[in-house]
Ligand binder design. Structure first.
Ligand code: GLC
Length: 404
């Protein structure tokens, strides 16, 4: 069986980490599978895919496509349909679809697995006839009006969809109609890499902070700079901590995707931290290559998304590293933690609730250790990578049988 994966970005975000985990799981389950990857930009994703034995190449998006997103349309239907038409008919985009069609025809896959909104649409437009296209949906569609519209328009040409949680699966069904079969498959993590034992980063050095003179409790938010990841909530909650015991905060991660207007500016966040009087006790590490080592350097890992989180790979990773985790409520997150048992939960966007959870954990090392130990146990049960191939292969097989 030959599968071609289409991914919009070449950078490593959550959806790309997930894609690599699926590929690794499939290769381990059946080394005879041929896996190829075409990405809309070059980057670390391609190198890491090659390390797994996947043939990977970039077919770079034209600028217009790279920057296309929902920001700026403001949910206005007329503007949206103009944008939709203009985007798909723009000569550079039409040319791209032709090039992708040629690349796919040359690859002659049995199945095409797309891993991001733009590739969902481009993939069905460029797929050879009779080759099933499987959409792998990692984010809510209904919160992105332009993409929702495009996906609805193209759903008839998609064979089935995988969603990273039941919550996202419901959203895909609501947006695309009940004609589309949607299979929820939770992500998994590499439990060898994300484990309680292993090296830990020197976060103070990375963030340019003076090493603390006395022991501190380290609390960090690990996330890309997407606006809804709650960096501001984290900073404002951190400001409310009593300082007894002493704490240090870390914002770990950097801006990632090219889509216009979707990222927080790290400089704005630094200015906010300064205004809140947090300079010197909150550090910005920027992007880190080794998230597991960053997490192991933290006593508490915070997830503070202000909108429902589709899945929350960082939560699964932090649990696998045996950390005490605080997560925001709602979305797919509710499917992957047991509140009070293997994680603490705060209401999404609530500065005071997040501060209360952080304070509770900062003061109570026994609670941190117990939550962390149970999180590691849950992660071993829920997030082993072998499960991915077990769940995905039957779907691939069914689609191939239907297409035959
Ligand atoms: C997207 C989602 C995130 C999820 C990741 C992997 O980045 O926003 O919640 O963990 O995809 O599925």
């Amino acid at each position: 069986m030959k599968i071609v994966y289409l991914n919009p970005s070449g950078q490593m975000g959550g959806a790309e980490r997930s894609l690599l985990d699926f590929m690794a799981s499939l290769r381990a389950a059946d080394p005879r599978l041929t896996l190829q990857l075409i990405a809309g930009a070059d980057g670390a994703l391609l190198d890491q895919a090659r390390e797994l034995g996947v043939e990977a190449r970039a077919l770079p998006y034209p600028r217009r496509l790279a920057r296309l997103g929902d920001a700026g349309a403001g949910g206005q239907p007329r503007l949206l349909s103009t944008l939709t038409r203009a985007s798909l008919n723009a000569p550079s985009v039409a040319l791209y679809i032709m090039r992708l069609r040629r690349a796919l025809a040359a690859a002659a896959p049995d199945l095409i697995h797309t891993n991001g909104f733009k590739m969902h649409v481009l993939g069905v437009r460029a797929a050879p006839r009779n080759v099933p296209v499987l959409w792998h949906v990692h984010d809510y569609i209904s919160s992105r009006p332009l993409m929702a519209r495009l996906m609805r328009m193209h759903a008839g040409r998609c064979a089935a969809a995988v969603a990273n949680s039941r919550s996202v699966a419901d959203d895909v069904r609501a947006a695309c109609g009940s004609g589309l079969k949607v299979y929820p498959i939770h992500n998994a993590v590499d439990l060898e890499r994300f484990s309680p034992e292993g090296s830990a980063l020197d976060l103070d050095r990375l963030a340019g902070l003076v090493p603390p003179a006395h022991p501190v409790v380290r609390i960090g938010l690990v996330a890309t700079m997407a606006q809804w990841k709650g960096h501001e909530v984290f900073l404002r909650a951190f400001k409310l901590l009593s300082g007894d015991p002493p704490v240090r905060g870390y914002l770990i991660g950097g801006p990632l995707y090219e889509t216009a207007g979707s990222q927080s500016d790290p400089e704005d966040l630094r200015r906010l931290a300064a205004r809140l009087g947090l300079t010197g006790c909150v550090g910005f590490t920027g992007f880190v290559d080794e998230p597991a080592a960053a997490m192991r350097a933290l006593d508490v890992v915070v997830h503070a998304s202000t909108q429902p989180e589709p899945f929350g790979l960082v939560i699964a990773e932090a649990m696998a590293c045996g950390r005490a985790v605080v997560v925001s409520s709602g979305g797919g997150t509710a499917e992957i933690v047991t509140p009070g048992d293997d994680a603490l939960v705060h209401e999404a966007g609530s500065v005071t609730e997040l501060a209360a959870r952080m304070d509770q954990l900062a003061r109570n090392p026994t609670l941190r250790a117990a939550l962390g130990a149970r999180a590691a146990q849950s992660a071993r049960r829920r997030f082993a990578r072998a499960r991915l191939a077990d769940q995905l292969m039957p779907i691939y097989r069914a689609l191939l049988t239907e297409a035959a």
